[in-house]
Ligand binder design. Structure first.
Ligand code: CP3
Length: 397
């Protein structure tokens, strides 16, 4: 089945779920009104009886920290919290492609909720992938287990730009938007929508798969700057349409993953990448939801990634949060930055590394605890549960 057919097949239609326009109050509003929107947004109140204040607090702390507002305790979630480290994920995910799973709203909803139940994290992240808006417009991309996105026909010339048509999010992303509606109807904490940033997406399109050097990508960028700019501009439009639709469907925060931007010099980032990423982040400003901007190995770019228009900047483990605060100017919230590899060590070691991150974060205007990159598949879920509990205990105010 083609990628396009796959998404359409998972369909389920746009429909009007119980929570079709749950965060309508956020639309067209700015930061000042955000707090009231937080209170009325889905996933931010205790909908189920039981844990009372606990749930209500868990529901708002993430959004408060994103806004650099005071919090009852530091919120925590993990990049790649859904996925192969969870036995319940491996049990439910049949043999097929992850893209098939993403195209099934009920299945994708369950996978999104699994880590929230198991870990007690303060935010969920939509179970999808950065390549989904591209497969949805007919670009043939497969995700190879253990490797990542691959294309049989990489983008190599200006003619390939014709393969990127406009994203009609309502229809092209119908199953994903349906998943969001189903998730927010269930969820007691905010849902993070996401997109891959133009550079990271372009790197897959141009290389045809994962890369260490980004040689072909950089060669295109430098030798055919006009084509490069057309490429990242087209990707920016697609990402923006996808993110706006995710928020309209109920996501209460968004993360722009520029995972591989750390391979760029400051000059390259400023000239070839930042304008397109800025178009996306600034194009989200009127929606009033927090915008998280993240990349790996981006210590030297943190100020520019802030300048691109982020409310929260994601930091990997190579830079301490205190240094990151200096580099970002101290006005945005920071997200991070426990090394996911350290999470493979015995739990006492992980707990001490967690305390270290919290110590470096003390005094920051806003801190969302996370890993510096995604959960490694071999991670013991019990260790991550211990991290969540420790962050909550140590930071309770
Ligand atoms: O829990 C979550 O974080 C939500 C889901 C999520 C996935 N991909 C699901 C997934 C998110 C946020 C992503 C984003 C993503 N996808 C990024 C940016 C984040 C990052 O890690 O830097 C990137 C670069 C991709 C591209 C991609 N997709 C890669 C590199 C891989 C890993 C390949 C592998 O097998 O190691 C994928 C596949 C993928 N996306 C998996 C998951 C849970 C694992 C494969 C599977 O379960 O079949």
């Amino acid at each position: 089945m083609t990628a396009e057919a796959r998404l359409a097949d998972g369909g389920g239609g746009v429909g009007h779920g119980p929570c079709s326009y749950p965060n309508i109050g956020l639309r067209g509003q700015t930061g000042a009104l955000f707090s009231s929107a937080v209170r009325s947004a889905p996933g931010c109140t205790a909908k189920r009886s039981g844990s009372g204040w606990e749930v209500a607090s868990g529901g708002v702390t993430f959004l408060q920290a994103c806004r650099c507002e005071p919090v009852a305790r530091t919120p925590v979630w993990f990049m790649r919290q859904a996925g192969r480290s969870l036995p319940e994920y491996r049990a439910i995910r049949a043999e097929g492609s992850i893209l098939d799973a993403i195209a099934q709203p009920e299945l994708a909803t369950e996978i999104t909720l699994q880590p929230v139940r198991r870990y007690g994290v303060d935010a969920a992240i939509l179970f999808s992938d950065i390549v989904v808006p591209l497969t949805a417009i007919g670009v043939e991309i497969e995700i190879e287990p253990g490797r990542g996105p691959v294309l049989d026909q990489p983008f190599r010339s200006k003619d390939d730009l014709r393969r990127l048509r406009r994203l009609e999010a309502g229809s092209d992303l119908a199953p994903v938007l349906e998943t969001i509606r189903l998730v927010v109807a269930e969820l007691e904490v905010p849902l993070i929508g996401f997109a891959g940033a133009p550079f990271t997406l372009a790197s897959y399109l141009v290389e045809g798969g994962p890369s260490r050097t980004f040689g072909r990508t950089k060669a295109l960028m430098h030798s055919e700057p006009a084509t490069w700019h057309l490429l990242v501009d087209a990707l920016a439009e697609i990402c923006l349409a996808s993110l706006r639709a995710q928020v309209e469907a109920g996501a209460t925060a968004v993360q722009l993953f520029d995972s591989w931007a750390g391979s760029l010099s400051r000059r390259e980032y400023r000239e070839f990448v930042m304008p397109a990423s800025r178009r996306i982040l600034e194009g989200m400003a009127d929606l009033g939801v927090p915008r998280i901007h993240f990349g790996v190995g981006t210590g030297e770019l943190l100020d520019l990634m802030t300048e691109a228009g982020a409310d929260v900047v994601g930091v990997d483990w190579r830079v301490s949060l205190a240094d990151a605060a200096q580099r970002t100017g101290g006005e945005v919230a920071l997200q991070g930055n426990l090394d996911p590899a350290v999470c493979l060590a015995p739990v006492e070691i992980v707990q001490s590394a967690t305390r270290q991150v919290l110590a470096e974060a003390s005094g920051l205007p806003g801190h969302i605890f996370n890993l510096g990159h995604g959960v490694l598949p071999e991670t013991d879920p019990g260790v991550l549960r211990a991290v969540v509990d420790l962050v909550h205990e140590e930071t309770a105010r």
